[in-house]
Design a binder for this molecule. Structure first.
Ligand SMILES: Cc1cc2nc3c(=O)[nH]c(=O)nc-3n(C[C@H](O)[C@H](O)[C@H](O)COP(=O)(O)OP(=O)(O)OC[C@H]3O[C@@H](n4cnc5c(N)ncnc54)[C@H](O)[C@@H]3O)c2cc1C
Length: 209
């Protein structure tokens, strides 16, 4: 893999002798990390970029899973038949990383994201920290839906894009159904009858629940 590939910290760096020369990478990924980060408005610049802290590897499970995954890659690379076609290991380097602390430091200093953030508006019960219900409606609002990767409470064991298309299709169907109901109800002349208007408002509020 070339220098700078997502998830790799330039192995080996561009411009060095080994760059692009007969190397290959085993790239392990912690598929369902438990670490949780934060996204906040920047209080000193409300229109500026939000303050994002992904808090990678803050959960001990993620750290241990990443260490176990790299050790497994090393085991695969040092076991025939793969070991028979390999000369040496570039990183972390055989016997360079041995103790628990060394493994921990290696992981903390080399692990990068593959950019699949989720969960800031998780579809969960409110008391469990959820932000939207099973119809993607934000708790405490009458008709505000969230439709993006933020509603996934945990990462799926795959890339996100296709699942996101599926979620968007389901949300679009729901919104179409609601709009259709609104159009049918508008058969009443709302402008002339405030009681009917009030009824429709109440009904739609209930319907949107
Ligand atoms: C580098 C990288 C590589 C990836 N590789 C893959 C891959 O190989 N396969 C895969 O399945 N997934 C991949 N992903 C993940 C995938 O792209 C995302 O998970 C997915 O796009 C999330 O969809 P979304 O709708 O939540 O957000 P986005 O796709 O980010 O959509 C948000 C949209 O909102 C718009 N927007 C933002 N603010 C405003 C505003 N104020 N007003 C109006 N519009 C606004 C943005 O312009 C954007 O179009 C990758 C992500 C990255 C960053």
């Amino acid at each position: 893999m070339s220098d700078g590939y997502t998830g790799l910290k330039g192995y080996p760096p561009k411009g060095t002798a080994l760059y692009g020369k007969g190397l290959f990478s085993l790239l392990p990924v912690v598929m369902q990390p438990l670490s949780r980060g934060t996204v906040h408005i920047n209080a000193t610049n409300l229109l500026g970029k939000p303050i994002i802290d992904p808090n990678y590897l803050s959960n001990e499970y993620d750290l241990q899973a990443a260490i176990a995954a790299i050790k497994k890659c090393q085991q695969i690379a040092t076991t025939p038949p793969l070991s028979e076609v390999l000369d040496s290991e570039y990183g972390p380097g055989l016997n360079n990383v041995n103790t628990d602390d060394e493994w921990k430091n290696f992981v903390l200093n080399t692990t990068l994201t593959i950019y699949h953030p989720v969960g800031t508006y998780a579809i969960l019960p409110r008391k469990a920290g959820g932000v939207v219900d099973s119809k993607l409606k934000m708790y405490g609002t009458r008709n505000l839906r969230i439709v993006d990767a933020s509603i996934m409470p945990v990462l799926i064991s795959a890339h996100l894009q296709t699942a996101m298309y599926g979620i968007a299709e389901m949300a679009a169907k729901k919104v179409r159904e609601i709009e259709q109901a609104r159009i049918e109800l508008r058969g009443f002349d709302v402008s002339k009858d405030s009681v009917v208007a009030l009824f429709i408002d109440c009904y739609l509020g209930f319907f949107d629940q």
